[in-house]
Design a protein around this ligand. Structure first.
Ligand code: NAD
Ligand code: LMR
Length: 341
C-alpha cells in the first residue's frame, strides 16, 4: 500500500528535473512516527517534530484526516520529509524503519472523568499499535502519551513481551507535561523564569501518583507549608484544570505537544550519543518495589541507560510516595491483566 499522501507535487517536481529531490532535501537524522497524528496533540506535535533538525523522516498515522494534515505540514520548508498513512491497513508501512514512535492516539477526558475512565477505549488502541511496533520496528524507542499512562505503559510492555521484542530501555511513558507544569507553577511562586526552574516529578501520571519533589527544586529554594500544599495540588490537578477550562472539548493538547516534542528531542539527542541527557519518565524501574515508576532517567543510544536514585525525600514527600504507590500498583496490575486475561 502506498502512503495516503507523501507530497506528490514534490515527487512530480523532482521527476521533471530528473533528480531525486527527496534524497537531496532530506537531512541526515532520525525517522519518527506519530500515531494519532491528526488529533489535538498529534497535529501540533507533528508541526514541532517537522521543525526538529534531528528528524529526517516524519510519518503521520491516524485512522482519520492524515492526508490533510500531511499535505499541510509537508509545505513547511524544514528538512524532514513527511508522509501520511491512513487507517489500519497502512499501519505497517507507517512503522517500518522508524527509530522513534510517539503514541498520542486515543480518547481524551471530559469534565468529571478520571484518566482511568479512558482505559476501556484506549487500552485496546495502544495494544493494536504496539502489536504493529513489535512486528515492524521492534528496535524503535516508544514514547507513550495515551492515557491512562500508568496502565498503557504496562500494556505496551506486555504486548512486547508476548511478541518476544520487549526491551525495557526502549519503552517510555511521557510524564514531561507534569515537569513542564511544575516548572511553570514554581517559577510563578518564586518569581523566576520557568526555563531556569527544574522540578523532579516522580511516581506516575494521574492525581496523587504525580509527586513533585519540591525539596529538590533546582535552583535550591524553600517553600512555606502553604506553598507546598498549593503547588503540589496544582501540579497534581493541572490536567483537570485544563479539562474543566475546555468544558467538554478535550484535555491539554498544546502544552502536551510542547512537552512531547521536548521529550522526543531528548530521546533523539540520546540516540545520537549526546551526554548528560536527563528527563523524568515513567519506565520499568527498580527504584521502588513497583515494576514501573516515573523518576529521573539518563537517556542514551539504547534509550534509558540509567535510572537515577530518588534522592532524599522529606516527610511530606514520603507520605505522598506511599499514596502514589498504592494507586500505581493497581493501575499497573490493571494494564498487565488486560493483556494476560
Ligand atoms: P484527540 O481525540 O484530539 O486525538 C486522538 C487521535 O487519536 C484522533 O485523531 C483519533 O483519530 C486518533 N485515534 C483513535 N484511535 C486510533 C487508532 N486506533 N490508531 C491511530 N489513531 C487513533 O485526543 P488528544 O487530545 O490528542 O489526546 C490523546 C490522548 O493523549 C488521550 O488519551 C489523552 O488523555 C492523552 N494525553 C496524555 C497526556 C500525558 O501527559 N501523557 C497529556 C494530554 C493528553
Ligand atoms: C494531562 O495531564 O493534561 C493529561 O493527562 C490529560 C488529562 O486527562 O488530564
Amino acid at each position: 500500500l502506498s502512503p495516503a499522501s507523501s507530497h506528490p507535487q514534490m515527487e512530480e517536481a523532482s521527476l521533471l528535473r530528473g533528480s531525486n529531490c527527496r534524497a537531496k532535501g532530506a537531512a541526515p537524522g532520525f525517522k519518527v512516527a506519530i500515531l494519532g497524528a491528526a488529533g489535538g496533540i498529534g497535529q501540533p506535535l507533528a508541526l514541532l517534530m517537522k521543525m526538529n533538525p534531528l528528524v529526517s523522516v516524519l510519518h503521520l498515522y491516524d485512522v482519520v484526516n492524515t492526508p490533510g494534515v500531511t499535505a499541510d505540514i509537508s509545505h513547511m520548508n524544514t528538512g524532514a520529509v513527511v508522509r501520511g498513512f491512513l487507517g489500519q491497513p497502512q499501519l505497517e508501512n507507517a512503522l517500518t524503519g522508524m527509530d522513534l514512535v510517539i503514541i498520542p492516539a486515543g480518547v481524551p477526558r471530559k469534565p468529571g472523568m478520571t484518566r482511568d475512565d479512558l482505559f476501556n477505549i484506549n487500552a485496546g488502541i495502544v495494544r493494536t499499535l504496539c502489536e504493529g511496533i513489535a512486528k515492524c520496528c521492534p528496535k524503535a524507542i516508544v514514547n507513550v502519551i495515551s492515557n491512562p499512562v500508568n496502565s498503557t505503559v504496562p500494556i505496551a510492555a506486555e504486548v512486547f513481551k508476548k511478541a518476544g521484542t520487549y526491551d525495557p530501555k526502549r519503552l517510555l511513558g511521557v510524564t514531561t507535561l507534569d515537569v513542564v507544569r511544575a516548572n511553570t507553577f514554581v517559577g510563578e511562586v518564586l518569581g523566576l523564569d520557568p526555563r531556569e526552574v527544574n522540578v523532579p516529578v516522580i511516581g506516575g501520571h494521574a492525581g496523587v501518583t504525580i509527586l513533585p519533589l519540591l525539596s529538590q527544586v533546582n535552583p535550591a529554594c524553600s517553600f512555606t507549608p502553604e506553598e507546598v500544599n498549593h503547588l503540589t495540588s496544582r501540579i497534581q490537578n493541572g490536567g483537570t484544570e485544563v479539562v474543566e477550562a475546555k468544558a467538554g472539548a478535550g484535555s491539554a493538547t498544546l502544552s502536551m505537544a510542547y512537552a512531547a516534542a521536548k521529550f522526543a528531542d531528548a530521546c533523539l539527542r540520546g540516540l545520537r550519543g549526546d551526554a548528560g541527557i536527563v528527563e523524568c519518565s515513567y519506565v520499568a524501574s527498580q527504584v521502588t518495589e513497583l515494576p514501573f515508576f516515573a523518576s529521573k532517567v539518563r537517556l542514551g543510544r539504547s534509550g534509558v541507560e540509567e535510572i537515577l536514585p530518588l534522592g532524599p525525600l522529606n516527610e511530606f514527600e514520603r507520605t505522598g510516595l506511599e499514596k502514589a504507590k498504592k494507586e500505581l500498583s493497581a493501575s499497573i496490575q490493571k494494564g498487565v491483566s488486560f493483556i494476560n486475561k
